[in-house]
Design a protein around this ligand. Sequence first.
Ligand SMILES: Cc1cc2nc3c(=O)[nH]c(=O)nc-3n(C[C@H](O)[C@H](O)[C@H](O)COP(=O)(O)OP(=O)(O)OC[C@H]3O[C@@H](n4cnc5c(N)ncnc54)[C@H](O)[C@@H]3O)c2cc1C
Length: 577
Amino acid sequence: MQYQAPERDAQFLLFDVFRAQDVWAQIPALNDFSEDLINAVLSEGARLTAEVVAPTNQIGDQQGCEWRDGAVTTPQEFQAAFAELAAGGWLGLAGNPEFGGQGMPKMLASLIEEMLWAANTSLYLYGTLTVGASLCLDAHGTPEQKATYLPKLYSGEWTGAMALTESHAGSDLGIMRTRAEPQADGSYSITGTKIFITGGEHDLAENIVHLTLAKLPDAPAGTKGISLFIVPKYLVNEDGSLGERNGWASGSLEHKMGIRGSATSVINYDGATGFLLGEENQGLAAMFTMMNYERLSVGIQGLGSGEMAYQQAAAYAKDRLQGRASTGPQNPDGPADSLLVHPDVRRMLLAQRALNEAGRAFAVYVGMQLDLAKYAQDAEAQTRSELLTPVAKAFLTDNGFQGAVLAQQVFGGHGYIQEWGVEQVVRDARIGQIYEGTNGIQAMDLISRKVLRDGGVNLRRFVDLMAQTEVAREHQADLNDALDRLVRVTAYIVDHAAGDPHLSGSVATEYLDLFGLTIYAWLWGRMVSVAPADDFGEAKRATARFFFARLLPRTDGLERSICSSGDAVMALRGESF
Ligand SMILES: Cc1cc2nc3c(=O)[nH]c(=O)nc-3n(C[C@H](O)[C@H](O)[C@H](O)COP(=O)(O)OP(=O)(O)OC[C@H]3O[C@@H](n4cnc5c(N)ncnc54)[C@H](O)[C@@H]3O)c2cc1C
């Protein structure tokens, strides 16, 4: 089945729901972007992903990557597709124009990213790390560092990678061991071993720029003693040409459940030359510029997987003939009716659709907060984006995986075999819940850092904003109930967390789901309020009805589970596991 980018929905979100044209008109850096230009970019993104990127997806999964003596070969078809992606300027879409980026809004970039993730998750991993590394360099680099690296990253001639994880240090980066020794010339000598490094080594670009976390010899213990370094594969000469090969190499590739076209390396740094990015011992904070970008991007990966899976399942359900409708034959000339007549199949398709469309709106909304923070110095939008980032990462990837599994279910046994491609989406979507900070870590970030730390004040501000926005009248009461519930549950956690050190950790994941569903209720209410009186609008209204009737009520159970948790999670003695 051919992937088709959801172009109409993208336009609806940008111009009808979020009124991007009004937002951009207020921001000098963005007011050149006309609706026509943005529509042209969306159309070209849709063409590129359908015609160039998507056809490499299944074959890339089958071929996988190969390691030989430190060199890594990616699937053959990736070469031309990545070259076209790079040459088209897609990796510099939202990049700094001073260094060759196109300075386009994140609201738009989120939608383009979804297309790329959906069309080929493995291939776009090389892209997303390049975009994230550029953002980090742009935010923390010296003018020389920016001039050296950014134009090459935006053009995709070089790619980026983020090197954090070590075998004993994953979620807990404070205990990492990679060392950085200061050298007389101002550079650092990096020694240590990183594992699971996506795009750490490959053959798609002439240089690979690692952003690597390491500790100085006299660094304070824990996360306060981490510094960030630029450690390129080839050192760059003063004139910008490539010099000596740096002292790191891929030690091996991981063999994985999914994203098999993405090369995941062990990287051995053996006295490699690194250049400090930002300040000594401030590396984790600087890396967070990249990590926050990647968290939203990985969330959008989940959304892309969910959309790809839905498109496959919906097409299959229309064609596949099995059984008869309970009201009598709908296809009397055929041997059976299509799967679409069965309410249980519709339930699965509608759940995917309702979560994908709200998820897309959510990704664009978070993108809008990032645009407002960056280009209009809107501090409130910055805080809101920080509150929403862990939700975007975890809720979108959880729903993406669950959507992929639902799509597989719609296919019955045919979903379990390779031919149809949906089992690949399930395998590829699963990693989104794990890397870039597991979804458990995202939930902890939300509850501890983003909600409890200020006693729920920012969350309350966001709830007030949701309550004040105009939504479709038919959904207002359900939305109000959901907002009340979120406020009630937050107050419960704020009140009880101080006296119960296990509470926030025990209920964090449910709390994130409750928050996510409430945001989706708000977004559905907004979408319906501006949905047009045509087939597209009709489908929006029907999908919203399903969301409010069948998905939002889950918040009821989540509230009960959170508020009656007590010590249920901690009661079983450790030795009994
Ligand atoms: C395919 C792939 C690609 C990757 N790409 C990269 C990359 O490019 N760069 C990079 O640096 N890393 C990368 N990673 C590493 C990835 O980010 C880590 O695997 C992930 O952050 C989890 O770390 P871990 O595997 O050590 O698990 P652990 O940290 O050992 O976690 C195990 C479990 O315990 C839970 N847990 C741990 N600590 C806590 C806590 N404090 N509170 C509550 N729960 C906790 C986790 O949620 C998880 O469920 C990649 C991994 C994979 C598999």
